[in-house]
Structure formats: C-alpha cells, structure tokens
Design a protein around this ligand. Structure first.
Ligand SMILES: NC(=O)c1ccc[n+]([C@@H]2O[C@H](COP(=O)([O-])OP(=O)(O)OC[C@H]3O[C@@H](n4cnc5c(N)ncnc54)[C@H](O)[C@@H]3O)[C@@H](O)[C@H]2O)c1
Length: 268
C-alpha cells in the first residue's frame, strides 16, 4: 500500500464496533455479522430486553448498552464506557430508526418531528460522536433508505429524514477523510423486518409491491448486514461518501407498462 495516510483499521478481528438499533432487524443482523468476524461488538438500543437477548446469540450480552440515539449525553456515556473497557470506538453503524406513512396533508407536526429526531438527529449525534471520538482509520456506516434516494408518496417525513442522512454521510466523509475515517451509507429497499409492522403500513399491498422489485422478492436483514460489514472492512478502503443501494434492483429504473404487464415494475 503506497498511500501516505494508510492508518485504516486492517482487520475487523478485535475491532470495537458500536451499533445502534441492534435489538432487531438490520441492526441485530449487522451486530451478528460483525461478531462472526471476531469484532468486539457493542450492541445498543432502547429495547433492553430484546437487545440483550439478541446479543446473547453472538456472545455479547454483557456489552449491550442502553442508547437512545436522540440523547446527546447517552452517546458520550457509551463511548466513555467503551474506552474505559479498553475498546475505543473504531466502527459505528447507525441503524436505529422507524417509519411513519401518511400523505403530507395528514402528517402531524409531531409525527414529522419524530421522524427527523430519530432518523436524522439520531444519526447526526452518532456521526458527530465519531468525528469527536473515533480512532483514526475507523469507519462509519449510516442507514439511509431507497426512500432517501427516490421520493415516495406517503413517505414525506421518513423520506426527508433519509435524504438528510445521505447529506450527513457525504459531509462527514469529506471532513474526516484526512484522518482515514470513511463514512458511507447503505440504502435498503424493502427488507423483511418489523419496521412496517405498524398500522400506517396496513394498506400497503405487499404482494403487488414485491412484483415491482426486479428481483421479485424482499431482502433479508442479513443481506444488508453483509454490505455494511463490507463498508467497514479494508476491502472497501478507497470508498467513502457513497450511498450503496441494497434493493434488489428497485432503484435501477423502471419498466414501461405494456399490455402484458400493466402493473409490474412500474412503481418508480
Ligand atoms: N426494513 C426496511 O425495509 C428498511 C428499508 C430502508 C431502510 N431501513 C432502515 O434500516 C434501519 C433499521 O430498520 P429495521 O428495518 O431493522 O427496523 P426494526 O424496527 O426492525 O429495528 C429498528 C431498531 O431501532 C430501535 N430504536 C427505535 N428507536 C430508537 C431510539 N430512539 N434509540 C435507539 N434505538 C431505537 C428499535 O428498538 C429497533 O430495535 C432504520 O434506520 C430504517 O429506517 C429499513
């Protein structure tokens, strides 16, 4: 390697990895994937019971920490504790998030603020913590969404928060590059988790939606987790400031409706 700033982490084995929203879904799968590489995983969440139970499956129950990503002091405390335990922050994955679904006309101010506060401010606090406390050569992976790339009706609040995450990713990538810290995000399409198990999403026709995905299926959390791990590994050492779509081809484009397929692959 001939680069003059090659202070990146060389191996995930033993690397200290902080993951938010690790109690379930993409965050839990990501924590397990890092643990499988020998990383020292610090799973965090507001859901203590499920967080500890998930962590126990990959041997990190004792490192689980309560972290509400909207709480500025809580971020400091978790990173202080990691350092006190001999594991200064090397990798951060910002997966905590939630979604609401409604036309703008029916979106409450409270709901809009909740999305921005959790998905965008929570990620901001994470990225800022990385900027202040991460060791040189580390990596941050944020979770945006395909809905933060392609504007989607009824996902105004969620989409605004996720478009914002992509902006933060790029600014942080530019600002932290000189320290060898890479900052990227993944933009998942439809992933099979509990995030849409709320009444707002009851009217979505999932079967019809799946027919608009070129790969004709939803993704598994593990398929996103593998990409997140890749973005933290030396294998992606020259990638920073990018959005990596993990969406079965949905964001690639559209299919013109024909008389044979009037409703398939035309969602975007
Ligand atoms: N599932 C999808 O289809 C999909 C698609 C695109 C993007 N995403 C994004 O991926 C991320 C993970 O989503 P998921 O599908 O795994 O959802 P999920 O609901 O399965 O998991 C979200 C986790 O975040 C935690 N959380 C909620 N509020 C929190 C807070 N204030 N502080 C800390 N943790 C909190 C929850 O307890 C939960 O464990 C989210 O940012 C989501 O927007 C998901």
């Amino acid at each position: 390697m001939s680069g003059t700033q090659d202070n990146r982490i060389l191996d995930l084995e033993g690397a200290a990895v902080l993951i938010t929203g690790a109690a379930k879904g993409i965050g839990a799968a990501t924590a397990a994937a890092f643990a499988a590489r020998g990383a020292v995983v610090y799973p965090t969440d507001v859901d203590v019971e499920r967080g500890r139970a998930a962590a126990a499956e990959y041997g990190a129950a004792e490192r689980f920490k309560v972290l509400d990503v909207r709480d500025e002091q809580a971020w400091e405390k978790v990173v202080d504790e990691m350092e006190a335990e001999g594991h200064p922050l090397q990798v951060m994955v910002n997966s905590a998030g939630a979604a609401i679904r409604a036309p703008l006309a029916d979106t409450s101010l409270e709901g809009f603020r909740r999305m921005v506060d959790l998905n965008l401010v929570g990620t901001f606090l994470g990225v800022r913590t990385a900027a202040r406390r991460m060791v040189d050569g580390g990596a941050v992976v944020n979770i945006s969404s395909l809905r933060g790339v392609v504007a989607t009706a009824e996902l105004g609040a969620y989409g605004a928060s996720k478009f914002g995450v992509r902006a933060l990713t790029r600014v942080a990538a530019i600002e932290l590059a000189h320290r060898g810290i890479r900052v990227n995000d993944v933009c998942p399409g439809s992933i099979d988790t509990e995030i849409t198990a709320v009444p707002d999403f009851d009217h979505v026709d999932v079967a019809k939606y799946v027919r608009t995905i070129p790969m004709q299926r939803r993704g598994a959390p593990e398929e996103v987790a593998e990409v997140i791990v890749f973005l933290a590994e030396p294998r992606s050492s020259y990638i920073t400031g990018v959005d990596l779509l993990v969406d079965g081809g949905t964001g690639a484009g559209v299919t013109t409706p024909t008389k044979n397929n009037p409703e398939e692959n035309t969602e975007n």
